[in-house]
Structures are given as structure tokens and as C-alpha cells.
Write a protein that binds this ligand. Sequence first.
Ligand SMILES: [Zn+2]
Length: 349
Amino acid sequence: MPDSGRTGGLLAVHAHPDDETLSTGGLLATWARCARPVMVVTCTRGEQGEVIPAELAHLEGEALALATQREQELTEALTALGVVDHSYLDQLVEPMGEGVVGRTEAVQVAYRDSGMAWRGAGLAGGVAELPPGAFVAVPIDEAARRLAALIRGRRPDVVVTYEPGGGYGHPDHVHAHLVTMRAVELAAGEGGGVDGRACGPEDALPAFRVPLVLWAVQPEATMRSALSVLPGLPWVRALLEADRGLTVFSPTGPLPSMAVPDAWLDHVVDTSAVTPDVVGALRAYVTQVGAVTIAPEGPAPVQGAAISGCYALSNHAVAPIFDREWYRAATGWRPEAVDGLLPMTPQVA
Ligand SMILES: [Zn+2]
């Protein structure tokens, strides 16, 4: 296999600052601790997000100020996770579209948070009016060509992003999923370029098919078990009593799209050793993650996992930090392809 110059490792693609930690923080920290190359690409700066602490409430709605704050939070979080290689998607090489082949000057673009509205228990939907530069309005191929060039240059062993529903429905997450899946296709030379013709910056580099593409998921049974166990844990009860605004969703209510049957799980990562790293990263997100707590009595067992701690987002719902992360091989990528790519462990049903 022609892989000279291949750096390997892991490439994670996420929509906003905090998603790399919330969705894949354990995986990133585990690979970083194993001294494997880890790169994170963030599609936007989360500038439309909600702000949790009252003392920072003035940042909400102030896109530029909030973007600056969230860039700082992301930098801190990546440091906690041990990740040194990061880029914003809009800072990757500018795609050369039809009629501008050979153009070298960079054109300044900014992919911005498209915003979202909570639609129910942990489920998100779009907003009525998109902000200027909204990521969801960026053509998939334009964004994907930037990422495809990076993939051809870095030749990662594994690319990870959200499942098709974006984890919980945020439009930017769904778009990040589509962009990532198109990028791995273009990088492999399987996409035929734009309008059937290859014309992106990736064409300067040899084609590369990523060995494994993963989607972050969680087992439905474990999520429901955690929701039934959480309110009874003394340290969670103390949190709920100290802050009456916090809640725990019903274990029998609707679950987000990341919840999948056990049979859909292809890989599990034991993240118990990196819980402090993940918690440190969560604590970096002062504007958007609250109630970050490590289980003081040690991990609490639930069905199929253990709860190592908790946090709450702007919907004020207490969510578990598990002692493992689960991944599903993307459609078209067989789990067997992961052979030799430890520390991923194939899930045995
Ligand atoms: Zn997000």
C-alpha cells in the first residue's frame, strides 16, 4: 500500500468548541496519552451558543466576543485532553473551484455557528432565521474539499465524527457529519470531484482511503439505565438540591439520535484512565458546561458501563460521564478494518 509520508493517527471533526470533549474526549485523550497523532478540526466557533453563568451572560448574542471566549475555552480543553494539533475548518486551505484553478491567494471566509433551539428532552432543532455565514448554508463540497485535502495530507488511520443525526439534532452537527462523509469520499478519489470533475486542493496529493471512519454513539440501554440511576446517587442528589434549576431526564423519555441498540456498537474505548483529562476539558468550558463533577465515591455501575461523573449543558439536564465511549463504524467501513489500530477495542456482542 503506498503510504509514504503517512502520519496516521486520529482525526476528529466537530461542529463547535466543546463537542470534541462531549462526544469524543475520552478517545482523544486516550490516543494522545498513547503518543498517537491526534488532530481536531472544529467547523465553527460556537458563537450562537447559550451562556450558562450569569456573570458571563453579557456574551450571549455577542457573536464576536463569544467566539473569542470559546476559542480560548477550546484551547484550554485541548490542552487538558493532550491534543496539540487543531484547526478551524474555515482556516484550512481554500478550495479552488471551477474557473479559479491555480489561484493561490487565500479568500477569507468564516464558518459560523448556525444556532439551534432545544426541542425537548436533549433534542435540538434549527432556528427560524440563520445568522450570517451559518455553517449549514456552506455548500457541502466546499467545506468537504478543505477537509479532503487535510485527509490526503495527514493520511489518518481513523476519522471520527457524529452519526447521521448529529448526535442530538443540532443542524451544525448534521452538516459536520455530511461534510466529513463527503470529505473521506473525495480524499479516496471516489467522489468524482465537484459536478463529476475533480477540482479541489486535494488533487495535488495522492488519493487516500481512510482505513476506518467512526461515528460517536451511545448504547440506548446504558443511557436509560444511567438516567434511572443518576437521581439516586448521593452526589447527584446534592447537586440537584443545591441548584433547583437542574434536572435529570426521564429514563423512559425520548433519546437523541446518538442512542443506538447494542447490536450497532462496533468499538468501545475504556476511558476510565483519562476521566480526569476529560473532566479538566469540560471545566474549561465555563460558558457552556456546568455542574462538572467527578463521582466522589468512585464509578457507579449502570447497565453496560459505569458513571464516572456528570455535567450539565444549557438545558440544565444532568448528564453522565461514562467510563467508556462507544463507536459505530460508518456505513461502508467494516469494523474489521480496525485491526492493528489499538487502543480501539472491537466490541464483542
Ligand atoms: Zn455542538
